[in-house]
Structures are given as C-alpha cells and as structure tokens.
Design a protein around this ligand. Structure first.
Ligand SMILES: Nc1ncnc2c1ncn2[C@@H]1O[C@H](COP(=O)(O)OP(=O)(O)O)[C@@H](O)[C@H]1O
Ligand SMILES: [Mg+2]
Length: 231
C-alpha cells in the first residue's frame, strides 16, 4: 500500500495586529504572550516583528534555550516588505500576530490593511488614552480602503486593585472613542508579564507561575479569538 502524506490547506483563522503609535504600552509584551498562547493551543503561529526588534529578540531568547513549541518569527522594517511577505506566506499559518508601532510607520499602515483584528493596548494614564486618537485616525485611513477591520482597545499595565479609580476612568474614556470596542479583559501590571515576555516565554511557562497573570492572559486570548470566530 502506498502511504501518501496528504497536505490539507491550512486555514488562516486570524491575522491580528497588536498596534499603537505610542511606545511602551505593551505591544511587544502582548504580541509575544498571545502568539505563544496560540502555539501552545496547537496552532501554527507566525509572529511578525514590525517594531524595532523587541519581539524578535524575545523569540530568539526562546529559541536559544530550545523551548517548545518553537515560534516562527520574522522581522520587517517597512510596510512593503511586511505586506509582500504576509501576502505570500499567509496560507502557511493558522494565526499571524503582528507587533507594529510608530507614528509614521509604514509597517503599521500595512498591518492595518492586512489584519482581521487590531488590538490596541493602552495603560490607564490619560496621555495613553489621548494617544488613542492617533490610532483612531489610522483606523479611519485603513477603513477608507478596506472593510471589516475589527478594532479593540485593551487595558495593559492596569492597576492591580480590583476597584482602581484609574482603571475605571480610563475604560470610560476609551468607550468615547468610536473606532474601538473596549475589550473587557484587562492585563494588570505584574512582574510575570515583563519577566516572561523578555525571556520569550508565556506566563504559563515561568518556573514560578503567577496564576492571576495566567488567568488574565487566558481571558484576553479567548475573548479575542472567540469574538472573531463568532462573527
Ligand atoms: N502587564 C505588564 N506588567 C508589567 N510590566 C509590563 C506589562 N506590560 C508591559 N510591561 C513592561 O513595560 C515595558 C514596555 O512594554 P513593551 O511591551 O516593550 O511596550 P511596546 O512594545 O508597546 O513599546 C517593558 O519593560 C515591559 O516589560
Ligand atoms: Mg515593542
């Protein structure tokens, strides 16, 4: 009997951009966490660093210690390269996660054209919330040439207190920006997130596990991907 290796076409379930023109809001942290979480769930994940190597460095650290699953990671500095490569390779992957930033970044603009979902992390500080207007303008620009980009804002580095006034105020301010739906799955300020992402690990892979960090990340990943699958 001849055994044949049947190659089923892979479905791209989602191209997700974690983007913000503002730096330091947690794009790299969340892109790394989401990509590894999806890979641990058995997906073929491609992580793209379109923002100054933070993601690529984290994934290189993961590869160096041989941690499985390995994460495929590419780095593209400009929009044309990113767009060309994603268009060419998208069918090989189930989930593509793009880390993109920079006010005048062509990579961010290209990512907004290609993505199904945009996730914009922001910290519960007023200047971070104002910076969403910048992103809202880029979303309008993307929507002028395409349909169907779903945009979510998520609080990152939220105050750990359950009833923090800063968190509540920031969530209310974001609700005023019509381009974004507020995703009610905040990631709080926890050492586990910075330690894990820096080492290219999921929070669930850290030797000293922080259950709260794991639960928050799971809630974010499942709300992002379930929302997408259900539409
Ligand atoms: N939820 C979090 N808890 C603790 N530290 C965080 C969290 N998110 C991000 N950080 C830290 O904040 C800094 C900026 O995050 P980073 O992901 O590099 O932002 P960006 O990619 O948007 O510039 C990093 O030092 C990172 O470790
Ligand atoms: Mg970054």
């Amino acid at each position: 009997m001849i055994m044949r290796d049947i190659q089923l076409p892979k479905v791209v379930y989602m191209i997700l951009t974690v983007g913000n023109t503002k730096g330091g809001v947690g794009k790299t942290t969340l892109a790394v966490q989401i990509a590894i979480a999806r890979a641990m769930a058995g997906r073929d994940v491609w992580l793209i660093d379109g923002d100054r190597q933070g993601t690529a460095a984290a994934i290189a650290a993961r590869a160096e210690v041989g941690r499985q699953p390995g994460i495929a990671c590419a780095q593209y500095a400009d929009g044309p390269a990113l767009r060309g490569q994603v268009q060419q390779q998208r069918d090989k992957w189930q989930d593509i996660v793009i880390d993109a930033g920079g006010r005048d970044s062509t990579a961010l603009r290209a990512a907004l054209i290609l993505s199904d979902v945009l996730l914009v992390p922001f910290a519960p500080r007023s200047y971070d919330v104002w910076a969403l207007d910048d992103m809202a303008a880029l979303v309008d620009e993307a929507n002028s040439v395409r349909d169907g980009l779903r945009c979510f804002a998520v609080m990152n580095q939220a105050d750990p207190g359950e009833h923090s006034a800063d968190n509540i105020e920031a969530a209310a301010a974001v609700a005023e920006v019509p381009q974004f739906a507020y995703l009610s799955a905040p990631i709080r300020r926890r050492k586990a997130f910075s330690n894990a992402s820096g080492a290219g690990l999921a929070v669930a892979e850290l030797a000293s596990r922080d259950p709260k960090a794991c639960t928050e990340l799971e809630a974010l990943v499942s709300s992002l991907f379930n929302i997408h699958m259900n539409v």
